[in-house]
Design a protein. Structure first.
Length: 373
């Protein structure tokens, strides 16, 4: 089989790319983002991929053809979600919201066989200044050429040690004659939210994900792992021999004092009123539970996500583990930037499940083609 050519738009550091990179049949021919730090991290980890650090609004057919980008099979991407998030102000005129249509524009130019777009759940209920749902505007742009479906996928059902729900909008070009539903991956772990066990295997927990990382600084690979191995760490360690991006956060005395009052699964409400911080988001000063998947990983310092055992926030590597980034994936830029790079990403193990479904579609297409010879 010829390589299946993939383009990653709004790539960030490459969480979406990583899932496709797991299969040798895929070739990520180029990625695009405008954020300097994300570009540095992406190019360090995917040196074989052409990276266009450019405003996507400047990418047109002439620009793309200049680089020889044609006959693209798959376009993936996660346009900025901040304007759609229920945690934000949700202003319809937020400039970032309209970048969703830039994703659609590039799909229209490249005409891939399949496109997959990721965003937060709030995207589904957000209207543009004209009162039209952004999702409907996107579908309207592409519906003549593509059969399109929308679904919400739960990351912890695909091996990610985190309860993170994200919207995926997928399309298969109409001439391909393949049901869009074939793109959706089947869950691999039990749905503990409903109490109905789909499978015998339970989701990966915070304890399984991070307890082999020592409670000591290792930003540049100075330390080695604890000897413990489990179903998650066997996969996530990859070929890494040392631990990188594992500098322990330092906190003020009052912040550490507050953390002492928060039990596993608890939050700011467990802190005495006389030292309680401002704000009342449920995940503020949230201490993770060793025996459950993590809450949605945002910037761990800004949202104060507390380690399940120690009175500190997560290290960059611990946050990366909970997003399912492998240990051989190195983050660049400042530490606060690294946290944000991780928070913005598509969890690689969720992407891998999607990529496997996409690969099966192309295998089916090849089988049908051979059968008709």
């Amino acid at each position: 089989m010829e390589k299946i050519k993939v383009v990653d738009l709004f790539s960030g550091v490459g969480g979406f790319s990583l899932g496709f990179h797991e299969f040798e049949e895929f070739e990520i021919v180029f990625a695009n983002d405008i954020w300097d730090d994300a570009a540095e991290t992406y190019t360090f980890n995917f040196p074989e991929t052409v990276f266009l650090k450019e405003d996507i609004q400047k990418l047109n057919s002439d620009y793309l053809l200049k680089y020889g980008f044609k006959n693209i099979d798959v376009v993936i991407g996660g346009p900025p979600c901040q304007g759609f998030s229920v945690c934000g102000t949700r202003k319809p005129c937020d400039d970032r919201n309209f970048l969703v249509m830039e994703f659609a524009r590039i799909v229209d130019i490249l005409k891939p066989k399949i496109f997959i777009m990721e965003n937060v759940k709030g995207f589904l209920s957000m209207k543009n200044p004209k009162g039209i749902y952004f999702k409907d505007e996107l579908i309207q742009k592409l519906k003549n050429a593509y059969n399109i479906e929308i679904n919400i996928l739960k990351a912890h059902l695909f091996g990610v040690p985190q309860k993170r729900e994200r919207v995926f909008i997928v399309g298969i070009r109409k001439d391909i004659k393949m049901p869009v539903s074939k793109i959706w991956p089947l869950p691999k772990y039990s749905n503990t939210d409903t109490g109905i066990p789909l499978f015998a295997e339970k989701p990966v927990t915070v304890g399984e994900a991070i307890l082999d990382l020592p409670n000591a600084d290792s930003p540049f690979g100075e330390l080695e792992y604890e000897p413990t191995l489990n179903r998650f760490t066997k996969k996530i360690r990859k070929d890494a021999k040392k631990i990188f991006n594992h500098e322990l956060p330092k906190h003020s005395k009052i912040v550490t004092e507050r953390m002492k009052f928060v039990p596993p699964g608890g939050n700011w409400e467990n802190i005495p009123e006389d030292i309680r911080p401002g704000g009342n988001h449920s995940n503020l000063y949230k201490r993770l539970d060793l025996n459950s998947p993590s809450v949605t990983i945002k910037h761990p310092i800004k949202s104060m996500i507390i380690h399940p055992i120690y009175d500190r926030c997560l290290s960059v590597r611990e946050a990366a583990r909970l997003q399912s980034f492998p240990d051989n994936f190195i983050f660049k830029g400042s530490k606060t930037s690294q946290y944000q790079q991780i928070a913005n990403a598509v969890p690689p193990l969720l992407s891998e499940a999607i990529a496997e479904s996409v690969l099966n579609i192309f295998r089916d297409l090849k089988s049908k083609s051979l059968a008709n010879v």
